[in-house]
Design a protein. Structure first.
Ligand SMILES: Nc1ncnc2c1ncn2[C@@H]1O[C@H](COP(=O)(O)OP(=O)(O)OP(=O)(O)O)[C@@H](O)[C@H]1O
Length: 304
């Protein structure tokens, strides 16, 4: 039976004039790597902050391992949240940061930390405040992986990292996860690059969960059609259209149903193709209309 690590019910976070998270009920599977995906401002960081008790909901509840994290220090100790804008005390060096982490995280593994510090070439001399953006991200990854916290959140952990460092992160995450399976939730906009890491996906749009499922199931659940706009329109009639984009006389659309032999037979001269996870996620949260130098450009979205 699937074990549930995190459960939210009706979770809502309102700020003055904005609802960052809107009635979110979701379960995160234990010992799984879950991608939290969605456009800027969708609510990803807010959701992670509420689960890790760094913020309070306006309404609704969070349970981690069956407990409200706000009411239980032991539950908070089980979680590590690597924020994209993590701040450190002014005088902190690498040594002080890892020492503090050793005290904060019961499963801290210094060997993992040392190996990663080496691989990322994180300097030990300067205070952390002087680090480059990429070095800050690398430090966050070191703390996140070496914490070996049973539940680890990474919020866009790759900011400023070069391609080599990102590859190190992906490899080390998979290596350490294989050695010590645990629950990992990571938010990313680099979906094409990171989709091989993900087992499950939560897609969030305007504070609401719009998809939550296994990555493989999600990939096969939709397809893309492209061709002459009039023919695409005809083909789409009666189909669940997730997004449609028209540029001049051409159109592409993402159809929210698995591709069948019948679709292929009816496609005529249209091009049908599997949709990548990145394109599928992008199809959510598309605006309704996009200007294109006066050309007839139109995007629309219908209910899934
Ligand atoms: N402290 C705050 N005060 C007011 N509004 C806030 C605050 N924090 C977040 N928001 C708003 O809540 C919404 C969700 O923000 P959040 O940071 O969770 O998005 P995100 O999905 O993590 O975005 P990104 O991908 O850009 O990091 C946004 O509209 C944001 O402006």
């Amino acid at each position: 039976m699937t074990q549930i690590a995190i459960e939210t019910h009706g979770l809502t976070r309102r700020y003055r004039g904005a609802t960052a998270l809107d009635d979110v009920t979701v379960q995160v599977h234990a010992n799984t790597i879950t991608g939290l995906l969605g456009r800027n401002g969708a609510g990803k960081t807010t959701l992670m902050s509420l689960i890790t008790a760094q913020d309070r909901p306006s309404s609704g509840s969070v349970k981690v391992g069956g407990h409200d994290p706000f009411e239980r220090a032991e539950t908070i100790e089980q979680m590590c949240f690597v924020r994209d804008n993590q701040r450190y005390p002014d005088d902190y060096t690498l040594k002080l940061a890892t020492r503090a982490a050793r005290f904060s995280f019961p499963n801290w593994n210094q060997e993992v930390a040392d190996r990663l510090i080496d691989a990322f070439r994180i300097p030990s001399k300067p205070i952390i405040k002087k680090y480059s953006r990429g070095q800050m991200s690398a430090l966050g990854i070191v703390l996140g992986l070496a914490s070996r916290a049973p539940i680890t959140f990474f919020d866009e952990p790759y900011l400023g990292l070069d391609a080599t460092a990102r590859a190190i992160f992906y490899d080390e995450l998979l290596r350490d996860y294989a050695e010590r399976p645990r629950t990992v939730v990571l938010s990313t906009h680099l979906i094409d690059e990171m989709d091989r890491l993900l087992e499950r996906v939560i897609v969030i749009d305007q504070g609401r969960i719009v998809r939550h499922e296994d990555v493989d199931a999600m990939r096969g659940s939709a397809f893309q059609v492209a061709g002459k706009a009039s023919e695409v329109d005809g083909f789409l009639s009666g189909l669940p259209v997730l997004s449609r984009r028209r540029v001049g006389g051409l159109a592409t659309a993402v159809v929210n149903t698995p591709m069948t032999a019948q679709h292929r037979a009816e496609a005529g001269g249209l091009e049908l193709a599997p949709v990548s996870l990145q394109d599928l996620v992008a199809a959510y949260g598309l605006g309704d209309t996009v200007a294109d130098d006066g050309a007839d450009t139109h995007m629309e979205r219908s209910a899934a």
